[in-house]
Design a binder for this molecule. Sequence first.
Ligand SMILES: [Zn+2]
Length: 481
Amino acid sequence: MEYEVVVGLEVHAELSTDTKIYCSCKNSFGSQVNSNCCPICTGMPGTLPTLNEKVVEYAIKMGHALNCEIHNVCKQDRKNYFYPDLPKAYQISQFDIPLCGNGYLDVIIDENANTKRIGITRIHIEEDAGKLLHDESFSGSLVDFNRCGVPLIEIVSEPDLRGAQEAKAYLETIKSILQYIDVSDCKMQEGSIRCDINVSVRPAGSKAFGTRTEMKNVNTFSGAVRAIEYEAQRQIEVLENGGEIHQETRRWDNLKGQNFLLRSKEDAQDYRYFPEPDLLTIVVDEQKVQQLKDSIPELPNVKIPRYMREFSLPFYDANLLAENVEKSRFFEACAALGTVQPKNISNWILGDISRIFNEKSISFDDTSLTPENLVAMVKLVEDGTISNTGAKTVLEEIMFTQKSPQQVVEEKGLAQISDNSALQAIVRDVLDANAKAVSDYKNGKTNVVGFLVGQCMRASKGKGNPAVLRELLIAQIDAMQ
Ligand SMILES: [Zn+2]
């Protein structure tokens, strides 16, 4: 029998606010164990929490980005459970009225930028718990409370995802949006994004959902893919052998590549949720909600298909440009000038410009590059005035001096020689000096022409027109005995 794999995801993302959600402790990673906590975030008797306004703003921004309704009047609730990393024995979260609900996300599922709409059930705010440290040299476990009170949003999807690859595309889109609107640094290695994964299977074509299981705290996207594939296969095997699936929580072990039964699934009632008595109702005025909505830029999942449509860019280029706010802004400013091929602009931004940025750890603001002078340079290449090699020299100059491309071309004498008689002489010299390459060519190794063009370019100090040189080379070799 064919099965369909149904997945719903709960993504926990740490918000990048300056301070924690209910106290003024720094919201930072990597401090010395138990040095970044206070009586409030460790829940000492007699302390009172105060909600960090930025947490609400960041969560509303994500709500807008995922097309949610914003519940601008809502409350916080206590979720009661015992665990050694939770000194208060409850977590402040949101139960029946989340800050954001009923949204959707269009996820790009292939390289033609076709999208699939995934329902977003809710986004709520909550505090993170501490962390247990298991030390081999020690017969117990240690606890670090630094993470207590770090602000989180939990983004819950509808069970609209089918299979591991769609789930991965969804996770990557969520991550790119969190970074794009600047509410989370999404450092996976620091556990900034973790997800709980709900998986069920059903016979292909069936409308009813199968019984689902949940895997908690998967903290890499590749781990999520493997966990989903493993669990789907496990469930199919159980069903094929006449068994039934039980609603339960299973622990994914990424090293073993297996999951294990943790406990039968707890229900909401097990947590004895009740309204948090120490905090006021959250009230955000409509004007603020609208202002946050207006602050959301066009997002990568919308930008990518538009770039492919409007500028005829391949998916690869559109994707790389769209995921970087500065690169996409610069690209659009160049394309708006309308005088050169958008693909050529993209090649320079994603190629040499990105390479220089990486080498020097800089960005556009650290250079004198403007859309006008990049486009002027691309134009010089397009009309054959300079070669690609010459353009690389021009680029370095216009990035780090105030000179115009035209000025650099004149000063450095970079204009290409397309004049045949001058190039003929260069070709003749190069062929004389490379008899072995000529005989290789005659013996069928025609790709040796690339090497000879390179030699001619060098002899012309980068000024020869490579297309013309290639023609002349082939013609002269063919004419030789
Ligand atoms: Zn604190």
